[in-house]
Design a protein around this ligand. Structure first.
Ligand code: NI
Length: 183
């Protein structure tokens, strides 16, 4: 396994459509392992392959363990993920992104989604996610389509500067640090 460099905003790859993974090759398995390692090393709660420069429909999601959140503490690896269904209920929440260092913003997302795709074994997979987990899936699947959270802000001023490296910790806690001011 190896850490990969996270691609940041301004890199045009983040704006491109990723392509489906056709087959789970050893290279794909290495990429998955590297993405997990890179996500952990950066305190991330999700990562899409494009964020390490690979334009493939592949995401990893892992929320830190939280007793009150049933979707937390589990790792999800989904190839060719798609939102099969999204609730009509939506809620605003705070999002950060390892590709947009130093900022978090407020984004409205469906409160629950059904995601389908393939697991790391290449078998079909379908899962239902709610709350923060649903938010992270929507954010990561956006990445596979070249969309960033800054495109979806509830309003242009609802973005804040945070210390580098804190972006996804803020998202995981959904609590804006009191010191940060509007950007
Ligand atoms: Ni992101």
């Amino acid at each position: 396994m190896a850490l990969r460099t996270v691609v940041t905003v301004g890199d045009e790859r983040l704006r491109r459509q990723s392509q489906d993974v056709e087959k789970v090759t050893p290279e794909i398995q290495t990429l998955i392992a590297d993405m997990i390692e890179t996500m952990h090393a950066n305190d991330g709660i999700g990562l899409a392959a494009v964020q390490v420069g690979e334009l493939l429909n592949l995401i990893v999601v892992e929320l830190p363990e939280d007793e009150e959140d049933p979707g937390s503490g589990q790792r999800y690896v989904v190839l060719n993920p798609q939102i099969q269904r999204a609730s009509s209920d939506a809620e605003p929440g705070i999002e950060g992104c390892l590709s947009i260092p130093g900022y978090v913003g407020e984004v409205e997302r469906a409160t629950s989604v059904v995601v389908r795709g393939l697991g790391p074994d290449g078998k079909r997979l379908r899962l239902r996610a709610e709350g923060l987990l649903a938010r992270v899936f929507q954010h990561e699947i956006d990445h596979t389509e070249g969309v960033l959270f800054i495109d979806r802000l509830v309003s242009p001023e609802r973005i804040w500067a945070v210390p580098n490296g804190e972006e996804e910790k803020v998202e995981a806690s959904q609590a804006l640090p009191s010191k940060i001011g509007p950007h």
